[in-house]
Each structure stands twice: as structure tokens, then as C-alpha cells.
Design a protein around this ligand. Sequence first.
Ligand code: FNR
Length: 383
Amino acid sequence: QNEIYEGGLRGVVPPFPMSYEELEARARAALPASLVSYVAAGAGNEHTQRANVDAFTKWGIIPRMLVGAVRRDLSVELCGLRLPSPLMMAPIGVIGLCAQDGHGDLAVARAAARTGVPMIASTLTVDPMEEVAARFDGVPGFFQLYPPDDRKLAESLVRRAEAAGFRGIVVTLDTWLTGWRPRDLSTSNFPQLRGHCLANYTSDPVFRSRLDRTPEEDPAAAVAHWAKTFGNPLTWDDLPWLRSITRLPLLLKGICHPDDVRRARDAGIDGMYCSNHGGRQANGGLPALDMLPAVVDAADGLPVIFDSGVRSGADIVKAVALGATAVAVGRPYVYGLAIGGTEGVVHVLRALLAEADLLMAIDGYPALADLTRKALRPTPATA
Ligand code: FNR
């Protein structure tokens, strides 16, 4: 993790940008316009998306001295897995298309193998989940399920994830409809983008059995059938069924209210994923970080993954101090992928981890367990 920092001290200039702003600018130049707007877009006037990022400035880390934090331990346990750090890669549906060779899911899986940072592979991939998982090289991965209303199809996707070696299922609850995203509505390209990311469906035996002709013979019919299965939400009544279809750890993504956490706990869910989808789904909401402490308290010891607005190592430290077990990033690694493939993703992840590690050293918090709410104070402007 200190490679970048120590290289910098020797005057080695990293091949990829060190600031999020420059990373985004370089990715915008590298990606086709339709993908730029799809990745960057937030809901409405994007107030919540910006608030996600700004929320981190409302907290300051209090430095502790004479701790001698020469060695740091960033490792963490999540759903029975020992991870080298709390960092994860959030599920991103179009990453397949964000790599120059059009196989971004595989490039990100290779970055997971290189860094030990788990990938949460989206349902919407260019390459089927089995091929993604084959590149993890022993690093645990999670499969993100957009639950189709066809239960047999949902079960088939989950069975395949189990067989492919994924170590947990993240069920996304907040995206059974696509949010009101003016940038996307003005380019109206997302149906086409998603149409390229249906490999998990078109390779699925149950999905194929629902079609009159194979997806190869009639790609448009495959896309239309997928769209039909997509727009129906899960409800609490579905949770017993969801729980019954797998023994893998189940986490619910998009859970932000403590009452929902308690109800999910009672339904046997193994962990919560506190997120507002990076501000892409609903505008006018609270920043995700503001909802994290109540989710953690209600989770009462169950693990909580957090994402939305994480842009730096300091953000990771703050989210952990507010109780997150693991912290996921979305857009930062997509931008790394766009400009440098696997190398770009590895760079982004290592830079985030190096900054978090260095901060824990300088601020005197040698282990994640030392990062509690006592390590933070609201900054004066917000106190
Ligand atoms: C997403 N996200 C997402 N989430 C999910 O559960 N399944 C998916 O397929 C996708 N696809 C997706 C595409 C793009 C382009 C973006 C930007 C996001 C949401 C993602 O997992 C995560 O919640 C946010 O990206 C986190 O916010 P930041 O880090 O991007 O601010």
C-alpha cells in the first residue's frame, strides 16, 4: 500500500491521476459520451448525489499522539470471511462496457485478484458470472442480484452464483425502476447500454427456456423479455422465499431506515448494505452517510456495508468510524477502469487504501477496531 507514497517521495510519478477530479476528467475524455452521462448521472438535480460526497466533510478525525502506530491492521471480518481491508468494489452494471476491449467485468475481477479487494459483480454484465468469478484467483467475490419477478429465474441465477464460487448474495432493492436521471433522459441511451449487459440472462437455462427462439436468433426478444421481468419490486412477503433459496450470506442493498433493518434481521438476513445508490435513484434524500449510524445501531452486530460518495482514504476511515464493517466505492474505480483497464482499477484501489493506511498511522489508530465514533467530531461549521 505504501508503494505509491514511497515512490512519490523518490519522485516517481504515478501513471494515473491521484485526485478524484482528475480521474473523472481523464475518464470523461476516454469514454464515449453516452457512457459518460450514464456513469456520472444522478437523480433529479443531483442534490443528493453531491450531498453524499459533502457529508464526509461534516466529520473530522481527531488525531491521537504517542500511539506508535508503526504497523496497521486494516483487516476485517465480513460474513465469516477475513478480508485484508474494509474496501470493496460496489456492483456497477455497465462496467463491462467501460473497458477499451469491452470486457470490463473481467478486468475488474482481475483487479480484485491483484489487490484482494472483493468485487461485488452486478447482475448486468457483459460476460457471464462464471467467467467473472473464474478470475478472482481465491479472492472472495459477491454476486449482486436484481431480483426478477420470475422466481425460477431468480433461483437459477442464485444457484449459478453458488456454483461459481461467490461467497455472498447482495440483493439490490432500490432499483426495480430506474431513477429520474435528466442526463440520461436527454441522451436516452440506457436501454441500449443495458441491452449489452445481459450475459447473465442470455446464458441462463431458465431465461432461455422462457423464449421461443434463442437470444442469438432474436436478441431483441431477449431484451424485451428481460425488461418485463425487471420492473416488479420485492416486498417483505418475498423475504422468506429469498431466505429459503440459498445458504450463502444474504445482504440487502439500499436499506437505510432502522425499522427496515430490524425487520430484515427478523427475516434472517445476514447483513445490511446502507446505500442510496450513489444518489442515482432518488433525489431529495439524506446523504447515505447520515443514515449509517442508525443502520449500524439497528443492525445490532450484523455486518453493514456502506457506499455512496466515498472518494478518498479519509472517507473510508470516517465510514468505518461511524460503524461500517466494509466500505464500497463505485464511480472511482469505474473511472480507473475507463482510463487504464485492470491497471487503472488497481491504481485507484491502492491509492484509496494507501491514503487510509497512512491516515491511520498519522492519526494514531492502528487497527480498524480503534476507529469508533469517538475518533470523530462534527466539524465546526456543522456542530
Ligand atoms: C451503479 N450501481 C449499481 N448498483 C447495483 O446494485 N447494481 C448495479 O448494477 C449498479 N449499477 C450501477 C451503474 C453505475 C454506472 C453506477 C454509477 C452505479 C450503484 C453502485 O453499486 C453504488 O451504490 C454507487 O455507485 C455508490 O456510489 P458512488 O461511489 O458511485 O458515489
